[in-house]
Design a binder for this molecule. Structure first.
Ligand code: GDP
Length: 297
């Protein structure tokens, strides 16, 4: 997966640390320099890496650690703990509106990030939890996207609401909510249009949807394979429309897992789910602790 190379490098650093009995300050600093390089190579945001290494170093060079029984092991433990912190420590659950209220979830992201796939994956997860979600095709620019959502919705056994491409996304979203009210859907998931790059028209459209239907959760889908670009996209969406969380896709890819470690620290927003493959069942809830264990190997 995305962290294989990072994991290998960290494992090497840790092996060296473990092999030493006592540790000097220089040993710790040298090890952390290696950790820093490995993180940068995995495309973790530079500022995040700097702060991370500083935090680990401050804790690791304390007397308790250096004079302890097993200093190498302690340093590794600190790296693990700081990594979990970086990703937000706690798992963030998708917040549903209470009682019979409909929770409207707006999915957004750039074209190709995996938005439509992730939307269908999420609907499947909700169904397993006893929810009755309605998927809504709001991409009025690409008939293929509407079709893709219909096909995926069918596979998941989830109803797809579509009005083709002849209406505005706001009108489609409003009509979908009305439909959901009549049909007893607890959740309405809006699959909005993506573009190749962030642009004003896309942002205006998303803002209009947010203003005119009562969106409870705005979830941004970003592609982990794009590394720091994914983090930049997340920052821009957060500034422009405000997001509640991130769905990080393609973590099964073999490059640049850095986005997983940077997004929370840079944007302040949690990763809710991770896409781990192309199949509609390949979506995992994001557990910072589990992710840190995977990264550290
Ligand atoms: P959209 O343009 O953002 O709606 O993107 P799509 O949902 O059409 O996905 C683009 C491509 O990424 C498709 O080939 C998906 O199968 C693929 N994809 C989506 N999520 C994942 C994932 O978690 N892992 C992998 N390997 N591929 C994914």
């Amino acid at each position: 997966m995305a962290f294989d190379s990072l994991t290998d490098k960290l494992q090497n650093v840790f092996k060296n640390l473990r092999s030493k009995g006592k540790l000097t300050e220089d040993d710790v600093k040298a090890a952390l320099r290696e950790v820093k390089l490995a993180l940068l190579e995995a495309d973790v945001n530079f500022r995040v890496v700097k702060q991370f290494v500083k935090d680990v170093q401050e804790r690791a060079i304390g007397q308790d650690v250096m004079n302890g029984l097993n200093p190498g092991q302690m340093v590794i433990k600190i790296v693990n703990e700081e990594m979990v912190k970086l990703m937000g420590s706690e798992t963030t659950e998708l917040a549903y509106r209470p009682g019979q209220q409909i929770t409207i979830v707006m999915m957004c992201g750039l074209q190709g990030a995996g938005k439509t796939t992730t939307t269908a994956k999420l609907a499947g997860k909700m169904k397993l939890k006893g929810k009755n979600p309605l998927l809504v095709a709001c991409d009025v620019y690409r008939p293929a996207a509407v079709e893709q959502l219909k096909v995926n919705g069918e596979k998941q056994g989830v109803e797809v609401f579509s009005m083709g491409t002849g209406h505005s996304p706001v009108d489609i979203a409003k009509a979908a909510v009305e439909h959901a009210n009549k049909n007893g859907n607890h959740v309405v998931i809006l699959d909005t249009a993506g573009r190749l790059h962030v642009d004003e028209t896309m942002m205006e459209e998303l803002k209009a949807i947010k203003e005119q239907v009562d969106v409870a959760q705005t979830l941004l889908v970003v592609d982990a394979m794009t590394g720091q670009d994914a983090v930049n996209v997340a920052s821009t969406f957060e500034e422009e429309i405000g997001i509640d969380g991130v769905m990080l896709t393609k973590l099964d890819g073999d490059t640049r897992g850095g986005a997983a470690l940077s997004i929370r620290a840079v944007t302040g927003k949690p990763i809710l789910f991770a896409g781990m493959g192309e199949k509609l069942s390949d979506l995992e809830q994001f557990y910072p602790e589990r992710m840190a264990s995977r990264i550290l190997g």
